[in-house]
Ligand binder design. Structure first.
Ligand code: SAH
Length: 204
């Protein structure tokens, strides 16, 4: 799986090591365990999926780029799902907060992650389009669900010097990188077309 991700263009050794460190079979339904190391998204229930490993790796690579000190950086992940990407991000960054709006998935992730005992990872339940004000500000915000725009709360909760890596768009989605410079000026660019589940408001 890691070799496949590398072939697709992720070359950051820190990211490839993080993928090697997290057993993906822990995060998939036992009935799908034989497919855990395929580079594909798989269903996790509630109409959601565990992301394709390549896309988890690519998001992490974009999040790490120009991050001066990842191990002292605080990350917010929107869309915990089964918790796989959160576990990968926690190998790379000092603190990871991951929020999920579907309570059953939040609980699923909690159960999946418990045996891995990742001290620097905390899970939150709620509507991540509002960010997590009690934990702000963040050095990095990543999203595993695509909104039509970057929610203003994410920009407000981003530290100067920080970046957001998130899919944006309703039909065609683009991976979008929002940077806030030391003076607080915000700029954005898009990197590549992607396909994520939609970012939804509220909780269920
Ligand atoms: N990070 C996961 C990907 C899960 S799919 C992985 O490692 O595979 C994206 C998740 O985003 C879904 O579980 C969905 O319920 C969640 N989501 C969508 N909108 C959200 C919102 N506003 N706040 C929090 N989570 C949201």
């Amino acid at each position: 799986m890691v070799e496949r991700v590398r072939e697709l263009g992720v070359r950051d050794a820190r990211v490839l090591d993080a993928l090697r460190a997290v057993p993906r079979q822990v995060f998939v339904d036992p009935a799908l365990a034989s497919r855990a190391y395929e580079d594909t998204a798989l269903p996790i229930g509630h109409g959601q999926t565990i992301s394709q490993p390549y896309i988890v790796a690519r998001t992490a690579e974009l999040a790490l780029a120009e991050c001066p000190d990842p191990k002292s950086s605080k990350v917010l992940e929107i869309g915990t799902g089964c918790g796989y990407a959160a576990a990968v991000l926690a190998q790379l960054f000092g603190t990871v907060i991951s929020i999920e709006r579907v309570r059953a998935l939040h609980e699923l992730a909690r159960g999946n992650l418990r045996p891995l005992r990742i001290a620097q990872l905390r899970l939150a339940f709620g509507d991540g389009s509002l960010g997590v004000p009690s934990e702000a500000p963040f050095d990095v915000i990543t999203a595993a669900a695509a909104g039509e725009e970057i929610p203003p709360a994410w920009i407000a909760q981003l530290k100067p010097g920080g970046r957001i890596v998130a899919p944006v768009g309703s039909g065609e989605q683009q991976m979008t990188i929002v940077s806030k410079d030391a003076q607080g000026r915000v700029s954005r660019r898009t990197s590549e077309p992607v396909r994520f589940v939609p970012l939804r408001g509220g909780t269920v």
